[in-house]
Structure formats: structure tokens, C-alpha cells
Design a protein around this ligand. Structure first.
Ligand SMILES: [Zn+2]
Length: 64
């Protein structure tokens, strides 16, 4: 079996980094920074997509 027959691929939208934490305000008195997680909508936060849907999303023409 060839080595390139994986059934999952790294998500093309987030490159395998599906969650980013975004700060939502200033630091708390104890020094912590409150954040909220922003999850990739293409892979639902897994970082991988099935090989059948791993195609690059269609480009949208700009300025139209
Ligand atoms: Zn993703």
C-alpha cells in the first residue's frame, strides 16, 4: 500500500492550528489575561479534515 493513502489531511484553512485564543479585555488584578477560544469553522477545531474534503476552498473574485 502506498504511503500517501491517509484518510485525513491537515486542514487547509488553519494549517493544523484549529484554535486561537483571543483576549477579551485587560488583565485581571491577579495578572491573568481573559481569553476566548476561536475555533476553525472548516475543521470544527480538530485540525484535520477527511481526505475527500481536503481540497482548497474555491477562491472568491475580489471587488465584484
Ligand atoms: Zn481548520
Amino acid at each position: 500500500m502506498p504511503a500517501n493513502t491517509n484518510s485525513v489531511r491537515i486542514c487547509s484553512n488553519c494549517d493544523g492550528f484549529p484554535v486561537a485564543h483571543v483576549s477579551i479585555g485587560s488583565r485581571q488584578p491577579d495578572g491573568t489575561l481573559p481569553t476566548l477560544p476561536a475555533v476553525c469553522l472548516h475543521c470544527s477545531g480538530t485540525g484535520h479534515v477527511p481526505a475527500t474534503t481536503a481540497k482548497t476552498p474555491a477562491l472568491t473574485p475580489a471587488g465584484r
